[in-house]
Design a protein around this ligand. Structure first.
Ligand SMILES: Nc1ncnc2c1ncn2[C@@H]1O[C@H](COP(=O)(O)OP(=O)(O)OP(=O)(O)O)[C@@H](O)[C@H]1O
Ligand SMILES: [Mg+2]
Length: 285
């Protein structure tokens, strides 16, 4: 019999293995339920926009994928690993396979752009002498330069991080993440805190770099134009009975701005989502 459903074995069906499989995920903070029985499967190479009102649990969900937050119930499988089972060195190795970009880029202010990018190699290596060795290795510096070039910043390699603009700093953070040679990329509002053009360019960059390498990208954005333009699929978190569930799940090609605006209105009735969703796509092109 051919297996079917979420437990189907990809090798048997010929389907490529999903990169992320989330089943029945629940999470509360104290008495407050945040996520409730959430299911989500992400196939390889997909760009997925995660949308939803403030406080619905989008960042918490991304954090749980790399086990920076613990699930109360349910199962998360990422890159073939059951995340909840990972401990110590295995967890560290697992995290090194996932590139994460945050709204706040967390560069080391007094170091050059290049040295910040070199830092990215640390997570894919281990051992007490790694940092000193990394600095000394011409090969690593060459790779870091190539990563800076990939984000269009090779001319800023020796500039201190604290002298870069917000958009340039986010590019350095992306170059540092590339240095990890990630197998999956998560980005939590990488386009926030940037002007419209810089925000769009950062999204374009993340989309292109992940697409070129065939990597899945899961990004959170409050800019509906970015969700429509840079995602294959748009998933919206919205309130279920008790905590958020996947309340919207559509191919981006089959979505439009008014549907997304309606999702925000239905989900929580706040004006914030409506304002963001009302941004015309053309205004950002
Ligand atoms: N460590 C924590 N301890 C207690 N509550 C938390 C913690 N982290 C998040 N929360 C709460 O969980 C809820 C979901 O937070 P989360 O940051 O995941 O939302 P979000 O969807 O990313 O929101 P936003 O769009 O504003 O970024 C919020 O009510 C938040 O206050
Ligand atoms: Mg958030």
């Amino acid at each position: 019999m051919t297996p079917s459903g979420p437990d189907a074995i990809p090798a048997t069906t010929g389907e490529p293995s999903p990169v992320v499989v989330i089943q029945g995920l629940s999470k509360s903070f104290g008495p407050r339920p945040i996520l409730q029985g959430l299911d989500l499967t992400v196939p390889p190479g997909q760009s997925l926009a995660l949308i939803g009102a403030n406080g619905t649990g989008k960042s918490t969900l991304l954090r749980m994928i790399v086990r920076l937050a613990e699930a109360d119930a349910g199962r998360i499988s990422v890159l073939g690993e059951t995340v909840g089972d990972l401990r110590g060195a295995a967890l560290k190795r697992f995290r090194a396979r996932i590139g994460v970009v945050f709204q706040k880029h967390n560069l080391v202010a007094r170091l050059s752009a290049l040295s910040n990018v070199v830092h990215g190699v640390q997570s894919r290596r281990s051992g007490p002498r790694t940092w000193a060795q990394s600095l000394a290795t011409a090969e690593v510096r060459e790779e870091a330069m190539a990563c800076l070039e990939a984000v269009g910043l090779s001319d800023k390699a020796l500039q201190r991080a604290d002298s870069l603009s917000g958009g340039q700093s986010q590019r350095v953070a992306i170059a540092r993440m590339l240095m990890q040679r990630p197998e999956l990329v998560l980005a939590d509002e990488p386009d926030a805190s940037l002007d419209p053009r810089a925000g769009r360019e950062i999204m374009e960059l993340l989309f292109r770099l992940t697409r070129d390498k065939g990597l899945s990208l899961i990004f959170v954005s409050h800019h509906m134009a970015h969700a429509l333009r840079f995602a294959d699929r748009i998933v919206g978190l919205g309130q279920g009975g008790s905590g958020a569930v996947v309340a919207f799940d559509r191919p981006a090609l089959h979505c439009n701005e008014s549907e997304l605006a309606a999702f925000f209105e239905d989900a929580d009735g706040t004006s914030e989502g409506r304002v963001q969703a009302a941004l015309p796509v053309e205004a950002l092109t």
